[in-house]
Design a protein around this ligand. Sequence first.
Ligand code: CA
Ligand code: CA
Ligand code: CA
Ligand code: CA
Length: 261
Amino acid sequence: MKKIIIFLAIMMGIYLISSSLMAYSLTDENSAFVFDETEATSWSVDGVNQLYQQMFFYRLGDIGEENSITWSNISLYDVDGDGQTEGVSAYYGGTRFSLLMSALLQGGDDNSHQSWLNTTVTIFNFANEDLHLFLYSDYDLGGTPSDDIASVNLTAQNVYQVDYDAHFAVLTPLTGCNAYQIAPYDVLYGSLTDTNPTTLNNSGGPLSGDATFALEWDFPSGNVYSVNFLQSVQPAPEPATLLLLGSGLIGIACISRKIKN
Ligand SMILES: [Ca+2]
Ligand SMILES: [Ca+2]
Ligand SMILES: [Ca+2]
Ligand SMILES: [Ca+2]
């Protein structure tokens, strides 16, 4: 399924080039974050890409489909004056609501496996219905989609995704959101791009494989709101050796029982 989507994306890419989407890049220390008007397409940390796709969707009211946000008035900023642009601001001006987004990339030292992206979105909802805003993230840690594990930690109030082989992890806070969902790529991306209204179902994993997750914020009509979240790439902890041994033994026991039956 993903291969088909990638093929379609390449075809779309040819179309998008002809409709002149711009590539923008934030860079700081060991990190680079690349995006265009509709989506972020990579977050490289120490030269290794961690992000396959990240984008915003919205729906007004309770019926109909979600739509992706296309940003305009994109401006890059060199905040610390070192010649690299690590800050961005962008605007979405709809007929019934508008968004003002700003983000700041902070890289870590070389080979620290650390990077931070601090994003603030100001929401002006002048529609007479609720605005549902979704942040959809498909991290492929270490550049490999199939060996990640994603899980919600309700105590720490975040989504945590880890790839022990690549020694990378990523953390996204849940603070302030109304709903969340961890699901396989085709399920979650499919639900945000089909023709039915989507409410995230608060399933929090743990999910192994090509995990994706989304956060949802619901904004009542006629007001101004602000959302802030700090996503971070982090070094993965070493997996507990005893835990691996234990699960290996359980696996062997199950297999031998199956053969006997
Ligand atoms: Ca700079
Ligand atoms: Ca991986
Ligand atoms: Ca949907
Ligand atoms: Ca993924």
